[in-house]
Structure formats: structure tokens, C-alpha cells
Design a protein around this ligand. Structure first.
Ligand code: PEP
Ligand code: MN
Length: 354
């Protein structure tokens, strides 16, 4: 666990909750009072909302910062909001917001991140960097480095998933392996999962949150609203404070492994990593078979035989060499690719004989 989490007395897992957007003073205060005695220790609310398309609610603006100050006074919770330029940072500092986060649409832009880093230089704010919208680990790391270079040392990251062209069951595909890689490289950097923006809907929040905890994330940021269906932004993914309380009860929270890195905790984490990788192997194999079907169709249209031995022997030779580079034995590569090839032929045959 990172030092600043510890210094702020923030428990494991850190829970950040609150509405996607601050809407009215009364809404902000009502939700805050409902969250006051729950596991949530940090109150989030978007004041300036980056919208993908214009015409949606773009946030209440600076007035909302006063409401967040009231939240802190009345509930003792820490406060957090998104900043996306120098002016936002200055206003957030003036209003004593505890935690600033950089949104996914800002992390993609080194210019914006640099502007924010420059505006923060010399302060000791806690800054959380959301992953960029596209699955680019270097861009995410670059954002963290820019802040670190500006002497911002209380840093953390938020994993909110990555947008994809293909429609999946997620609003933003988790691509867990990227977060795992980041965690392996920077084990002391607090890693917080934002299941709300990964899921984009309520019914899968629990499952994604559990995966995050199994993967040893340090906390969760969950959008919480008193009347989710009528929220001014991200209505489908928000939950009520009561649902949040129930969710936290149902989650299996694993011990962190600071000094007593015991066997079962480590094992659970490694197994969770394996599950993520196995899942992506299956997904990749599925995609490969779809391409095979396309080839089958083409062969059918041109009246060409399914089995093309020359091509197959070339693939095999190449894969054995490539596999060696990954520490995989020739015997394994042969067995695996024979099975893959057979499945591929079966798919093509089905197309051709139909
Ligand atoms: C948000 O947290 O409300 C938000 C806009 O998130 P993101 O930057 O992850 O899309
Ligand atoms: Mn949101």
C-alpha cells in the first residue's frame, strides 16, 4: 500500500463514491449524508463534465466546488473531482478539494496533462490518473511521469476500461492485463478500479468489483446517486447509497499483503491473473475462427480446396520459431497448432458444405 493512503488513514479497500455529476446543492448534500457512515471515505462529484457529444449536461461548474466544501464540513469525507485544465486546477485548489483526478479523455493528451501538472507544481495534492480511453499503457504511464516530474508524489491510478470499436458487454472493455502490467511495474502506486465506467450498467458492477479486488486493487470508485434513473449523466450505471452498502457487504475483501505476504493471498491473486489470461486466449481463438470462416467462404466462392498444405507447413514452421522465443517447446506448439488448425478446418468445411 502506498504511503499517502496510509497517512490519510484510508482503509482497504479505499471506497470513493458519489454522483457522476453534481446537479444541485441539495442533491449533492443528500447523497453525501446518505454515504456518511458507509465504507465510502471519499466523496466524488463531477463539476465539469467532458462529454463525448455536445448537447449533454456539461456540469454545473465552479459553484459546485462550494457544495463539495460543504460536504467536507458536514460529513468529514474527503472530496474529489475531475480537472481538465489550468483554470479547473486553480479553482479546485482555492476550494480545498482533497483529491483531483484526470479523466480518460484528458489522459490521452500530453498537452493537457502537462498543463495540469504545471498548474499543480509545488502543491501536495493527491492526484489520480484515469487510464486513457484507448488501451495504451505508455500513454497512461506518460501521464503519471509528467505529474511525478512536477513533484506531485501522492499519486494513484484509476482503471476505468478502454473503449472498443466492437460492441461488447462492457461500456469500456476492462483489458485487465494492462492494469496488471501497470501494477507489476509500480507495485506501490495505488490502483483503483472504476467499475461504473467499465460496466456502463448496474447489474455487472458487483462482478467487476470482485474481479478488481481479487486482482489486488487498492480501491473502488463507484458512481452513487439518490435517484440513479433520473441522473443528469450516466444514469444507467449509477446505484443508490443503499445498494452500495449491500454491494460492499457482498464483496469478498481480501487482506492486503503488506508484511505478511501469505501463501493463499498470493495464490488467489495469481489465479485471478490466470483467469483473465485464459479468458483472453478463448476470445482470441474465437476471433481466429471467425477469420477462418471468412477464408472458407472465399475458398467456396473460388472453388478452392480447404486444405492448403504448403500454407499450413509455413505457419507451423514460423510458430515453432516464434514459440521458442516465448519459452514454449516445439512439442507444445505442434500439439496446440494442430488442434487449432483442425478446428479451423472444421469451421471452413461447414461453410463450404453449406
Ligand atoms: C467520470 O468519472 O464521471 C468520468 C467522466 O469518467 P471517465 O473520464 O473515466 O470517462
Ligand atoms: Mn460518469
Amino acid at each position: 500500500m502506498s504511503q499517502w493512503l496510509h497517512d490519510f488513514g484510508l482503509e482497504h479497500p479505499l471506497v470513493i463514491a458519489g454522483p457522476c455529476s453534481a446537479e444541485t446543492e441539495e442533491q449533492v448534500m443528500d447523497i453525501a449524508h446518505q454515504l456518511k457512515d458507509t465504507d465510502a471515505t471519499v466523496y466524488r462529484a463531477g463539476i465539469w463534465k467532458p462529454r463525448t457529444r455536445p448537447g449533454n449536461f456539461e456540469g454545473v461548474g465552479a459553484i459546485g466546488l462550494k457544495w463539495l466544501q460543504r460536504v467536507k464540513e458536514e460529513t468529514g469525507m474527503l472530496t474529489a473531482t475531475e480537472v481538465a485544465n489550468r483554470a479547473h486546477v486553480q479553482l479546485a485548489l482555492e476550494h480545498d478539494i482533497d483529491i483531483l483526478w484526470i479523466g480518460a479523455r484528458s489522459t490521452v493528451s500530453p498537452f493537457i496533462v502537462q498543463e495540469i501538472a504545471d498548474a499543480l507544481e509545488g502543491t501536495d495534492k493527491i492526484v489520480l490518473v484515469k487510464n486513457p480511453v484507448n488501451p495504451d499503457l505508455a500513454l497512461w504511464l506518460g501521464g503519471i511521469e509528467r505529474l511525478y516530474t512536477a513533484n506531485i508524489k501522492k499519486l494513484g491510478v484509476i482503471h476505468r476500461g478502454f473503449s472498443t470499436y466492437e460492441k461488447t458487454k462492457y461500456r469500456n472493455n476492462p483489458e485487465w492485463q494492462l492494469a496488471i502490467e501497470l501494477q507489476n511495474r509500480f507495485p506501490d502506486l495505488p490502483l483503483i478500479c472504476d467499475p461504473s465506467h467499465i460496466c456502463g450498467r448496474r447489474d455487472t458492477l458487483q462482478d467487476v468489483s470482485q474481479t478488481a479486488l481479487d486482482l489486488n486493487f487498492d480501491g473502488l470508485m463507484i458512481e452513487t446517486h439518490r435517484d440513479p434513473d433520473n441522473a443528469w449523466s450516466d444514469a444507467a450505471q449509477q446505484i443508490t447509497p443503499d445498494t452500495l452498502v449491500q454491494m460492499m457487504k457482498d464483496l469478498q475483501i481480501r487482506k492486503t499483503t503488506d508484511t505478511t505476504a501469505d501463501y493463499t493471498n498470493k495464490l488467489d491473486m495469481l489465479r485471478a491473473q490466470i483467469d483473465v489470461i485464459d479468458h483472453s486466449i478463448l476470445e482470441t481463438l474465437g476471433k481466429r475462427m471467425k477469420v477462418s470462416v471468412g477464408i472458407g467462404q472465399l475458398k467456396k466462392d473460388h472453388n478452392v480446396a480447404v486444405l492448403q498444405s504448403k500454407r499450413w507447413n509455413e505457419i507451423l514452421g514460423k510458430m515453432i520459431l516464434e514459440g521458442e522465443g516465448h519459452g514454449l517447446s516445439e512439442e507444445f506448439i505442434l500439439r496446440m497448432f494442430k488442434a487449432v488448425h483442425q478446428e479451423s478446418i472444421n469451421h471452413q468445411k461447414r461453410v463450404i458444405n453449406n
